[in-house]
Design a protein around this ligand. Structure first.
Ligand code: HEM
Ligand SMILES: [Ca+2]
Ligand SMILES: [Ca+2]
Length: 311
């Protein structure tokens, strides 16, 4: 796999923490036993970290003093999860290799372990990130795509962090597992873009199912699976679902339903070839993991992922 231009390396912790990836993988496996959703949640944490100030564990900082936590930004609040598991992984890593592995590297490793333990691809995670001294709540509000945005807006948000259309389509395949709340797609069911009608790009039997899960005036925090077929497995069903007008979010379905978009043929190729999807996903995860890391003497190795050292 092409490794990009960052200063990260696969063997960064080879001598200082030789069993690192096994420690992380065992901890994720343990967590999956009591929470089948946690792999999806950990993958999403890495994404929401990397899109805001780069992959620097800024998302893990709690509010305190001058820090306004990214956890309270709109895309994250009452939505991102897995912080307790990240703390457990960090504790396990510190027990074997104190003071050398950043929380940002732990997020990247936990994302990889989550994907491969769920049946998806493995790849060699590039390491050597350091942890931020700050958070950027405003950045989280503006840089993370929302499910209601146009394809061109979302493409621009990916481009802003150096990711292209292929990365967008491949990484969106993460919605092959995990859950979403009704509030993220309910306007598609009843009053799409103020038309008074459902989204025309929504399969009619899937529409019926989703209306039962998310009735008008009901609880908007109710969860449903992104992928009704294999909800916890990392596979290429996401793209098959899009071809059948069974994408859950508007931002998912528009990858296939936007006439003339460059994303359509990529969806078709990943739908017909899981190997091609897995190869692209692994490469795009490396690309995402390379977004503006802190290296050298920038930042620090946090001892508690929730706080800046000494605070
Ligand atoms: C392309 C733009 C994207 C948009 C608009 C988007 C939006 C969303 C939304 C609205 C949810 C549901 C949140 C909730 O209901 O609380 C979600 C969940 C999720 N997203 Fe995305 N997402 C995008 C890209 C990505 C990427 C690039 C990844 C990872 C590589 C990812 C991984 C996930 C996962 C795994 C979940 C389920 C998490 C869980 O069950 O805890 N998403 N996303
Ligand atoms: Ca960050
Ligand atoms: Ca699946």
């Amino acid at each position: 796999l092409h490794q990009g231009n960052s200063q990260l390396t696969a063997n960064f912790h080879a001598t200082t923490c030789p069993n690192l990836s096994t420690i992380v993988s065992n901890a994720v496996q343990q967590a999956l036993q009591s929470d089948s959703r946690i792999g999806a949640s950990l993958l999403r944490l890495h994404f929401h970290d990397c899109f805001v100030n780069g992959c620097d564990a800024s998302i893990l900082l709690d509010s305190s003093g001058s820090i306004q936590s990214e956890k309270n930004a709109a895309p994250n609040t009452n939505s991102v999860r897995g912080f307790g598991v990240v703390d457990n992984i960090k504790t396990a890593v510190e027990n074997s290799c104190p003071g050398v592995v950043s929380c940002a590297d732990i997020l990247a490793l936990a994302a990889q372990a989550s994907v491969s333990l769920s049946g998806g691809p493995s790849w060699s995670v590039l390491l050597g990130r350091r942890d931020s001294l700050t958070a950027n709540q405003g950045g989280a509000n503006t840089s993370i795509p929302t499910p209601f945005e146009s394809l061109s807006n979302i493409t621009a948000k990916f481009a802003a962090v150096g990711l292209n259309t292929n990365d967008l389509v491949a990484l969106s395949g993460a919605h092959t597992f995990g859950r979403a709340q009704c509030l993220t797609f309910r306007t598609r069911l009843y009053n799409f873009s103020g038309t008074g009608n459902p989204d025309p790009t929504l399969n009619s039997s899937y529409l019926t199912t989703l209306r039962q899960i998310c009735p008008q005036g009901g609880n908007v925090t109710v969860l449903t699976n992104f992928d009704p077929t294999t909800p916890d497995n990392f596979d290429n069903n996401y793209y098959v679902n899009l071809q059948n007008n069974r994408g859950l979010l508007q931002s998912d379905q528009q990858l296939f339903s936007t006439t003339g978009a460059a994303t359509v043929s990529i969806v078709n190729s990943f739908s017909s070839n899981q190997t091609a999807f897995f190869l692209s996903f692994a490469q795009s995860m490396i690309n995402m993991g390379n977004i503006s890391p802190l290296t050298g003497s920038s930042g620090e190795i946090r001892s508690d992922c929730k706080k800046v050292n000494g605070s």
